[in-house]
Design a protein around this ligand. Structure first.
Ligand code: NDP
Length: 481
């Protein structure tokens, strides 16, 4: 099941043990499950050469042929969902209950969706009196994908599928925390018929990503990562006039009015904070609850959170697993300390769990105020902040009082208010009476400090292709002299 080498370059696995060793740790036990090596300059060069050499031929293929490869890859991913989900669970520590439905399946959806539209990508015709013009939709060239550790299979496919559909090639660098899953995406694409060099995966920390972005042979970078890394990578791309998509972090508001279906709102808040042990960029970590239902909401939330089945993520009964690493666990625990210091009211959890692995309890703070650190900074762990509010006007203003703008949601039975509030929130993805569903058919991405560009849907095509305009003169040219 495990990949057989560290990198996948030019259609096959590639090893170079001169690279810095990167042990892969199963977060639920702390055991080392694999060892990969960071890309050496020779591996980086091999990936750049392969992706550059393959691009023109891949772009020259009919869209329908490129699409067929992607759709075949989608079918293979679905057939192997069980083993790919097990690998995702080992790589990230997320419960198999989640990975069976949210990772390889989501990657397969992206491959199928972009495979389906590859044949229909094209330009327009404009009649200009006797003359006319047309546009062609052409690829960007070699794209660099850089992933975070929370959804390693999904991120590799969400970037790779639209890139390949448009005729680009890709070099993907996974997070050093979760290096295994993207290799399987590469392997499956080749099995599905992708020519050598079209989709490559190389390992390493930030400096490998940096080298790829700085190389003159690459044309675009799509990063999923923190806002701080996003600023660095975007600046590097801008200095070289490269295209960029930045999928960054959030501190998103989840607004619950007192007429909301309480049970559904509690479910929304649980999904928006504790799925994947809180390691989801679009999470609604500022839960604004209207004062009239605050205590009922907290009581139900506490009772249901106490029922979380915390355990080995390989067990299908487990619905709350470890964090990805000891390092992320320590960051989360330090935010919990801050919450206590700044006098938020601890309603549930708050402690590291006494068992092997990077486990912390699902944690709920109430009476959180806008100025507290836990209400301002992205924690990226299972820590929910519940804030009170009284009026719609007030909550909209407070929801927008952040530099970030990835997502948000409103729970209410009032249809007009629901739309009014989501229209007023400055964020890229909003839900009404729902949270964190991100099907491939709809655009996903952030506003403000949460990023630029969109993934998924036809909108992603704009970020992996460009237009070439051709003006066709049909009469002799007239000149002033
Ligand atoms: P990081 O920003 O630390 O890392 C993201 C990726 O960028 C990693 O592969 C990292 O390598 C690489 N990297 C780091 N520095 C550079 C550099 N200078 N040049 C090029 N690449 C670099 O994020 P995390 O991995 O910790 O992921 C968590 C963050 O990702 C959270 O903020 C979360 O909100 C965000 N995220 C956003 C999503 C979205 O779609 N909007 C979805 C999921 C997560 P390495 O770490 O291996 O050294």
């Amino acid at each position: 099941m495990q990949p057989t080498a560290s990198h996948f370059v030019n259609g096959k696995y590639l090893e170079d043990t001169d690279g810095t060793p990167m042990p892969v740790i199963f977060p639920a036990t702390g055991e080392e499950i694999a060892m990969v090596h960071a890309a050496t300059p020779a591996v980086v060069e091999a990936a750049l050469a392969a992706a550059t050499a393959a691009q023109a031929e891949w772009a020259a293929m009919m869209g329908v042929e490129r699409g067929r490869v992607l759709r075949r890859a989608a079918d293979i991913m679905r057939e192997r969902n069980q083993e790919l989900s097990e690998l995702e669970t080992l790589d990230t520590g997320k419960p198999i209950q989640e990975t069976l439905v949210a990772d390889a399946t989501s990657a397969a959806d992206a491959l199928e969706y972009f495979g389906g539209i590859a044949a229909s990508l094209g330009g327009e015709h404009m009649q200009l009196g006797g003359d006319w013009a047309y546009t062609m939709r052409v690829p960007l060239g070699v794209c660099v994908g850089i992933g975070a550790w929370n959804y390693p299979t999904q991120i590799a496919a969400w970037k790779g599928a639209p890139a390949l559909a448009c005729g680009n090639t890709m070099i993907f660098k996974p997070s050093e925390q979760t290096p295994l899953c993207a290799l399987k995406v590469a392997e499956i694409l080749v099995e599905a018929g992708a020519p050598a060099g079209v989709y490559n995966v190389i390992q390493g920390a930030g400096e490998v990503g940096r080298a790829l972005v700085e190389d003159p042979r690459t044309d675009k970078v799509s990063l999923t990562g923190s806002a701080a890394t996003g600023k660095k990578v975007y600046a590097s791309a801008a200095a070289r006039m490269k295209h960029a998509t930045m999928e960054l972090g959030g501190k998103s508001p989840l607004v619950i009015f007192d007429d909301a279906d309480l049970e559904s709102a509690v479910s929304g808040a649980i999904n928006a904070n504790f799925y994947a042990s809180g390691q989801v960029c679009s999470n609604g970590t500022r839960v604004f609850v209207q004062k009239g239902i605050k205590e009922d909401f907290l009581a139900q939330l506490k009772e249901r959170t106490a029922k979380a089945v915390i355990g080995d993520p390989r067990d299908e009964a487990t619905n709350f697993g470890p964090m990805v690493s000891e390092e992320q666990l320590a960051i989360t625990c330090s935010y919990i300390e801050k919450g206590l210091e700044e006098r938020a009211r601890l309603v549930h959890g708050g402690k590291r769990i006494d068992r092997p692995g990077a486990y912390v309890e699902p944690t709920i703070f109430a009476d959180v105020t806008d100025d507290m650190t836990i209400a301002r900074e992205e924690i990226f762990g299972p820590v929910m902040s519940v804030l009170d509010f009284e009026t719609e006007e007030e909550v909209v203003e407070r929801a927008n009082a952040t530099d970030l703008g990835l997502s948000g949601a409103v729970f209410t039975a009032d249809l007009t208010r629901a739309h009014r509030v989501v229209h007023a929130i400055d964020a890229g993805s909003l839900w009404i009476n729902q949270y964190n569903l991100t099907p491939v058919e709809v655009p996903f991405g952030g506003m403000k400090g949460s990023g630029v560009g969109r993934e998924n849907s036809r909108a992603a095509i704009e970020h992996y292709s460009q237009l070439k305009t051709v003006y066709v003169g049909m009469s002799p040219v007239e000149a002033a002299f």
